[in-house]
Design a protein around this ligand. Structure first.
Ligand code: GRG
Length: 292
């Protein structure tokens, strides 16, 4: 399965740098431990969600400044979710992005407050974005829905409940859970561009639904395929043992084939954009060929 080429890597790197710069600027006057921990918690990462925002925005002719605000907002929400997911009450992870997690580097209270503050920052960035009011409000309401109790938080709650359930989840249940836990933020990211432009978000929503599921299947494949060092970083949690995953339910090769089919489906959804959507097609391929 071929990965994306150097042009895509350069585009992803440039988008990542631009959104990191915007976050640095937004956090410029955040002082003290919380400010430092926010910068730390939102640092690093592949910036895939930001890339989807920026590419979707460019495809629809959106100005750079509000596009960067939206890209920074989704990375702030994603950062918050990871900082909270790593807490002792959740996954209790010591490492994130190859570095000590926020609650390990500081303490648990700092981890909680950092996630809270990153979430608030996301909504402030969107509220201040230079966009027509109705579009700005659609973006804000959409992110609240995607991240909240009917989106990512619900997915996380279902995931936690599944760990102590008498029977493991079946494939349909895992798909529903993942669509909430990780898919909802991907969908918001991909549809932010057309929403900012006042265009139809449906094609990008179809692209994101397929890409989000492929991302999660790839994540499960990475978990079982990782070498010992990677396995120590990615797994190493008793709570993961025996948990139903796409790979445990489908088998490795069928999971791989399903991920590839989903990428084809994601690319198909972009047909109307022609060659202008090449970076988004490459992003879909990247999702299943990435090594971390
Ligand atoms: C705590 C409310 C709350 C939600 C947490 C998304 C999530 C819900 C938890 C993350 C757990 C996890 C590691 C899931 C696997 C898929 C995933 C989201 C991986 C991290 O995303 P990447 O690979 O991360 O895009 P980077 O570091 O590149 O930004």
């Amino acid at each position: 399965m071929g990965g994306p080429g150097p042009d895509f890597q350069a585009a992803l790197g440039a988008a990542g740098q631009a959104v990191s710069d915007r976050l640095t600027e937004a956090l410029g006057d955040f002082t003290g431990t919380t400010g430092a921990a926010m910068r730390y918690g939102v640092g690093g990462g592949k910036r895939l969600r930001a890339f989807l925002v920026l590419e979707g925005a460019q495809l629809h002719g959106v100005a750079r400044a509000p596009a960067l605000d939206a890209a920074a907002a989704i990375e702030a929400i994603h950062g918050y979710s990871l900082v909270h997911d790593d807490l002792p009450a959740m996954d209790d992870d010591d490492l994130r992005r190859g570095q000590p997690t926020v609650h390990v580097k500081w303490d648990e209270a700092t981890g909680i407050l950092t996630g809270d503050a990153l979430q608030s920052l996301a909504f402030e960035l969107l509220a201040r974005a230079d966009l027509p009011e109705t579009r700005r409000l659609t973006l804000i309401a959409g992110l609240a829905r995607a991240a909240g109790g009917q989106g990512m938080v619900l997915g996380q709650a279902l995931d936690i409940a599944a760990e102590s359930a008498a029977t493991p989840l079946d494939l349909d249940q895992i798909m529903q859970l993942q669509a909430l836990k990780t898919g909802a933020l991907f969908e918001w990211s991909a549809t932010a561009g057309p929403i900012m432009a006042g265009a139809d978000p449906a094609p990008m929503a179809r692209y994101a639904a397929a890409l989000g599921l492929a991302f999660q299947i790839a994540d499960d494949i990475l978990d079982v395929e990782g070498d010992e060092a990677a396995a120590g970083k990615r797994l190493g949690k008793d709570s993961d043992a025996g948990k139903a995953t796409f790979v445990s339910l489908m088998g490795l090769e069928p999971a791989r084939a399903r991920a590839q089919a989903l990428i084809d489906e994601a690319c198909e959804a972009l047909t109307l954009y022609g060659d202008d959507a090449q970076n988004l097609r490459q992003a879909a391929r990247f999702v299943i060929s990435r090594k971390s």
